[in-house]
Design a protein around this ligand. Structure first.
Ligand code: ZN
Length: 266
């Protein structure tokens, strides 16, 4: 997509009732407040972004200046950015900060929900990075604008990470499942998983137009909510299993991914 086209984009929530037409501005994939808490090698000043899947239309490796942590996605307007989206960020910041530092913080229902909302927001923003493979429908975006709550047909998980390769990494996998049976949907891709890792925190969202529910060994479910308080104490995600966890949908339903991932270039 050309730079001018990007700049002319409408806010991704602009079709929602109550939202006035507004141009989008840049939204950070990783919030600025998080940078000082992550042990990042700031001398690295580029990363590779992998779009699509080898052998498929649209496959491309883009070399980008700056770290993934500096990435901005031109998708939401200033009013959304500084209003309700910022409230989600502020609500999640204290609990995420404690978890990044490795504090064994009990996560009660309110904290679990604060994180789940934040993961929903970041997933929707990241899904807008590559419009050709966007997998979250306009209806879902409108509903999120209206309620600022995690959505139906979404699952959100959290686990503790220990390793060196996934800090400040964002992997997004769009899928087409059962295309012939899919209900009316305004995107080509109807299912996605997104893994976001920062410090000791590894969160994962899975959403689909088809309702499905599964468990992930070594991760706690944040959404749909479970009854109890959880405390993460043992790292279960590492450099050996992080990618497979990020693509858990493939294990669950047995499909290959179309890939959109941004990884710091070694
Ligand atoms: Zn907006």
């Amino acid at each position: 997509m050309q730079e001018e086209e990007q700049q002319a984009r409408q806010c991704l929530f602009a079709t929602a009732p109550g939202h006035k037409p507004a141009r989008s501005s840049g939204e950070h994939l990783f919030p600025k407040w998080m940078r000082k808490h992550l042990k990042l090698d700031l001398r690295q000043n580029s990363h590779e972004q992998v779009l699509g899947r080898p052998g498929q239309p649209g496959y491309e490796i883009r070399r980008r200046t700056g770290l993934t942590i500096h990435r901005k996605i031109n998708c939401a307007c200033r009013s959304c950015n500084s209003g309700w989206m910022n409230r989600i960020e502020n609500e999640a910041q204290p609990v995420l900060t404690a978890l990044i530092a490795g504090k064994a913080l009990p996560l009660d229902a309110a904290k679990q929900l604060a994180i789940a909302k934040w993961v929903t927001l970041k997933t929707i923003v990241g899904d807008q990075d590559h419009l050709e493979t966007t997998a979250i429908s306009a209806r879902e975006c409108e509903q999120f604008f209206a309620t600022a709550m995690p959505l139906d047909n979404w699952q959100i998980f959290i686990g503790l990470y220990e390793g060196t390769e996934w800090n400040a990494r964002f992997d997004h996998f769009p899928y087409v499942l059962n295309a012939s049976q899919q209900p009316s949907h305004d995107r080509r891709y109807n299912t996605q998983s997104t893994a976001i890792c920062f410090g000791r925190v590894f969160v994962l969202s899975c959403s689909s137009i088809f309702p499905f529910l599964f468990e992930i060994k070594g991760m706690e479910r944040l959404w749909p909510p479970t009854a109890g308080t959880v405390t993460l104490s043992t790292a279960t995600i590492n450099d050996g299993n992080a990618l497979a966890t990020a693509k858990i949908i493939e294990e669950v339903v047995g499909v290959a991914a179309s890939r959109n991932t941004a990884v710091a270039k070694k």
